[in-house]
Design a protein around this ligand. Structure first.
Ligand SMILES: *[C@@H]1O[C@H](CO)[C@@H](O)[C@H](O)[C@H]1NC(C)=O
Ligand SMILES: *[C@@H]1O[C@H](CO)[C@@H](O)[C@H](O)[C@H]1NC(C)=O
Ligand SMILES: *[C@@H]1O[C@H](CO)[C@@H](O)[C@H](O)[C@H]1NC(C)=O
Ligand SMILES: *[C@@H]1O[C@H](CO)[C@@H](O)[C@H](O)[C@H]1NC(C)=O
Length: 248
């Protein structure tokens, strides 16, 4: 009897636990933002000499914080679009604006020259909500299973680019375009697809890119030459055989 009672309670407890466990899955929604702050604010201090590292920046002493710490100026100034792509994304993140530290937000303006392109890129740490202020853009993103969602967006339209997915915007108008984008992270990061693959430092070795893209070295070299960030002297004599010999 006693045993049975215990068994019933155990059964009840375990089924309640199972239900709570199942419900936690049913209602689980990925948080597309940074962790919540543990205090009202934590205005960042960027001390390059600090030996202490945190997930974010250290906090400035609240006694020394003034309203000015929370104000960023110059967001009205367009980025220079006189570059090969004809676009310039100015991201006001933790690096430029210490007030966003621990707040889970950042903002960008994207300026487009006529037919300018914000090249395919992704933000590893933030979802993006993107509002067209001026102009008409062809925009899209690609899911993890290679499905493209693309459309034309005009002044007044807002589009969401899901976190971590490759996306782009192309100004299809003969006039400048402007968009304001917000992120659910103080530090969304930006990975340009072409730069990551063809402009890394040091370079990704030919064996990987020729096989990965099923093209010969000439094509790989041509693509690399488009991305000036490569430091050629770092790459002198690098090869898989040499790396292998260094690890033996
Ligand atoms: C960091 O340390 C260097 C060398 O000691 C010093 O010159 C510099 O002013 C320090 N920077 C800050 C921000 O404290
Ligand atoms: C974007 O604009 C800023 C400010 O004018 C400029 O310093 C920067 O070089 C530009 N970036 C590109 C890629 O043209
Ligand atoms: C754009 O940049 C090129 C080369 O960087 C320069 O020669 C040209 O004068 C610039 N054009 C404008 C309008 O600033
Ligand atoms: C390129 O790499 C070499 C070797 O590591 C380094 O000495 C040099 O400063 C680098 N140049 C640039 C522009 O980063």
């Amino acid at each position: 009897m006693e045993y049975n009672k215990g068994g019933r309670i155990a059964k009840l407890v375990s089924s309640t636990f199972c239900m709570a466990f199942a419900m936690s899955f049913m209602f689980y929604v990925a948080n597309a933002s940074d962790p919540t702050p543990l205090q009202d604010f934590c205005v960042g201090v960027n001390d390059p000499n600090s030996t202490v590292h945190t997930n974010g920046e250290l906090c400035k002493n609240p006694k020394d914080v003034t309203i000015d710490d929370f104000i960023y100026k110059g967001f009205n100034i367009p980025g220079d679009t006189n570059n090969t792509q004809g676009a310039n994304a100015t991201l006001v993140d933790i690096a430029r604006f210490p007030a966003v530290n621990t707040q889970g937000v950042s903002i960008a303006r994207v300026d487009f020259a006529p037919f300018g392109l914000n090249t395919p890129h992704l933000h590893p740490r933030g979802s993006e909500i993107f509002a067209v202020m001026e102009g008409t853009l062809y925009a899209g993103f690609v899911t993890a299973d290679d499905k493209l969602y693309d459309t034309i967006i005009k002044k007044g339209d807002i589009i969401v680019f899901p976190q971590g997915l490759v996306h782009f915007q192309f100004n299809i108008g003969k006039t400048d375009a402007l968009a304001i984008a917000s992120f659910g992270s103080q530090n969304p990061g930006r990975v340009n697809v072409a730069n990551a693959v063809f402009g890394s430092n040091p370079r990704i070795l030919d064996d990987v890119l020729t096989k990965g893209f099923q093209v010969d070295e000439m094509v790989v070299e041509k693509l690399r030459s488009q991305f000036s960030s490569e430091n050629r002297s770092i790459n002198m004599g690098r090869s898989i055989l040499k790396l292998l010999s260094q690890t033996l």
